[in-house]
Write a protein of this length. Structure first.
Length: 72
């Protein structure tokens, strides 16, 4: 790819289009797998936001459910 010194732009015919490929971002998002570290990071990030009351509610309901399931 060469640059035309007069216009200081690359002409369209000189671009090597073989090095460019189509990247489907939606497809790439679907194939991403999350492992345990990712879920822990998301949980910790949620604790630092306005989602703290929701996370606390979920944890409290989980503890109550365990208590009722074990002792009753």
């Amino acid at each position: 790819m060469s640059i035309d010194e007069e216009k200081e732009r690359t002409s369209e015919s000189e671009v090597d289009w073989d090095s460019y490929v189509y990247y489907d971002e939606a497809k790439a998002r679907q194939t991403m797998k999350l492992d345990r570290r990712d879920y822990v990071a998301l949980f910790l990030a949620a604790l630092q936001t306005v989602m703290l009351p929701v996370v606390l509610l979920i944890v409290i309901l989980f503890v109550i459910g365990l208590y009722l399931g074990i002792f009753l």
